[in-house]
Design a protein around this ligand. Structure first.
Ligand SMILES: [Zn+2]
Length: 89
């Protein structure tokens, strides 16, 4: 897996019990506000695209492990797309 190349082997052993520390190097799962599917983003990425509905989102990072969607990159694009998506409720 790609992740294994990004984390030096010694840091994996050093952080064996601190899963949270390793998580800082890992993709974070967030939930798309348009289609509610979960997808992965890299920590501190300011913009991420949902692979399911291809909506671009602005991401706010509280820290490298806590990201949340704050707004669509383009409201106009979001609104035109949301008409084509049937919410799964
Ligand atoms: Zn989506």
């Amino acid at each position: 897996m790609l992740l294994e190349f990004l984390i030096p082997a010694d840091s994996i052993f050093a952080n064996k019990e601190g899963v949270g520390t390793i998580m800082t190097q890992k993709e974070i799962q967030i939930r798309c506000k348009a289609c509610s599917s979960r997808f992965s983003v890299w920590p501190m990425e300011p913009i991420a695209q949902c692979p399911q509905c291809h909506q671009d989102w602005k991401i706010k990072w509280l820290d490298s492990r806590s990201g949340m969607i704050i707004a669509p990159v383009s409201w106009r694009e979001y609104q035109s797309k949301s008409r084509r998506i049937i919410p799964d409720e």
